[in-house]
Write a protein that binds this ligand. Structure first.
Ligand SMILES: [Zn+2]
Length: 122
């Protein structure tokens, strides 16, 4: 059976599943929504995961660079765009967290690692 990749319209989760071509779309494993879209499949499965992880790292790195420079607004805008084409949990989480952060009034430094850790606990 081929591996298909699905994108959840409800929560943005991307998941891969073994499915016969005739089978109905599976519900999202995270939120159980039926509103899932099939993402065009690439057969080099592991290769693709590696590339995706690499791209996520690059996106988080760039967002982190914005934050280190104190450019909260740029980081938010960048993550907004990144979320559209690469909606991983980490990117969405960081983006959502930044939207809750008040704009800095002075010399204010945010470390995205810290932001992510806080979000995980809460
Ligand atoms: Zn979902």
């Amino acid at each position: 059976m081929p591996i298909y990749e699905f994108y959840c319209e409800n929560c943005g989760h991307i998941f891969e599943i073994l499915l016969s071509p005739q089978a109905e779309f599976p519900p999202c494993p995270l939120c159980n929504s039926q509103e899932v879209t099939k993402v065009p499949s690439i057969f080099a499965f592991q290769d693709k995961s590696a590339r995706r992880a690499e791209r996520e790292r690059a996106i988080l790195k760039r967002a982190s660079d914005y934050l280190k420079d104190g450019k909260l607004k740029d980081a938010k805008n960048f993550l907004e765009k990144a979320k559209m084409y690469h909606p991983t949990d980490n990117i969405k989480r960081l983006s959502e967290t930044l939207h809750k952060v008040k704009p800095p009034s002075g010399g204010f430094l945010i470390k995205p690692e810290v932001v992510i850790t806080k979000q995980n606990k809460g």
